[in-house]
Design a protein around this ligand. Structure first.
Ligand code: SF4
Ligand code: SF4
Length: 270
């Protein structure tokens, strides 16, 4: 954090985000598959390719070494995203000056230096300061952090529901408490473990791709004889599909329990 500015891309030494570099746009964007990609790129880059004159050769090599199937063809997946620390806790740009003895090599990339340098995703504008800082306290893992920090609805809805339950927005520092952090972390982990996740491959969070453009998904509650769920935004963020009224009821109970779990911990402390 510099002069009050919260750097969501690289918030601290424990994690970072690479979502807008196309990190989650591979057909197989599981953690294991991404780790293999990122490790291989990082090793190759530092093993003799770390040079603007060799960047094109690096790109070509990656095209042959890596599976190219994407979720959405129109979104570019940058081959220069790798690990930027020895512990492999942070993903980041291999062309960035910090990785290349102050030489900025990003002009060798698809987007170019200016675009890469000046890009701030909507989360920078739409998440409040408290929401950003709280999320940074809660998640210490690059894979989960990138998925959640870019999901504005999920973050806002969680803190809104929690705040309603405890009659205040918890201060970001409150999440330094182990129990509160764990309770909140369990909720955000649903982003990767949600049991009602749709198997459709053209969906990502609340969006789906109809072949030419993004559309916002919709859950048809009427077929279950009920109105819009109070957790609708969360369900869409979690790419949900419900096949019966009882599945929907179970999903609502699950979200409610995660919110209540945090509230219980809070009441025990304050
Ligand atoms: S998606 Fe947002 S937070 Fe993530 S790397 Fe891009 S600009 Fe940064
Ligand atoms: S060159 Fe740009 S798109 Fe590629 S990893 Fe670096 S910042 Fe991301």
């Amino acid at each position: 954090m510099e002069n009050g500015f919260i750097h969501l891309c690289q918030p601290d030494g424990c994690k970072s985000c690479g979502a807008c570099c196309g990190l989650y746009n591979y057909a197989d964007s599981s953690r294991d598959a991404l780790v293999i990609r990122l490790k291989r790129r990082t090793e190759l880059w530092h093993d003799g390719m770390r040079d603007s004159a060799r960047a094109a050769a690096f790109s070509e090599t990656m095209k042959h070494l890596e599976p190219q199937e994407k979720l959405y063809e129109v979104i570019y997946c940058c081959e220069f995203l790798g690990f930027i620390d020895e512990e492999e806790r942070r993903v980041g740009c291999l062309l960035h000056p910090a990785q290349n003895r102050d030489a900025d090599l990003r002009d060798a990339s698809f987007y170019g230096r200016e675009l890469c340098d000046g890009h701030f995703c909507p989360s920078y504008h739409h998440l409040s300061r408290e929401e950003k800082l709280a999320l940074i306290e809660i998640i210490d893992d690059w894979y989960l952090f990138g998925l959640c920090v870019t999901d504005i609805d999920l973050v806002k809805e969680y803190f809104r529901l929690v705040s309603e339950r405890i009659y205040q927005m918890p201060a970001p520092e409150a999440f330094r408490n182990y129990h509160l952090k764990e309770a909140a972390h369990r909720f955000f982990t649903l982003k990767v473990s949600w049991p009602f996740r749709s198997p459709e491959t053209n969906r990502f969070g609340k969006y789906y791709f109809d072949g030419s453009q993004y559309m916002i998904s919709h859950i048809d509650y009427e077929r279950f004889g009920c109105g819009r769920s109070r957790f609708d935004r969360i369900f869409l963020s979690l790419t949900s599909r419900f096949d019966s009224a009882s599945e929907l009821a179970r999903a609502e109970a699950l979200i409610d329990e995660y919110i209540e779990e945090f509230a219980r911990c809070w009441r025990q402390m304050y």
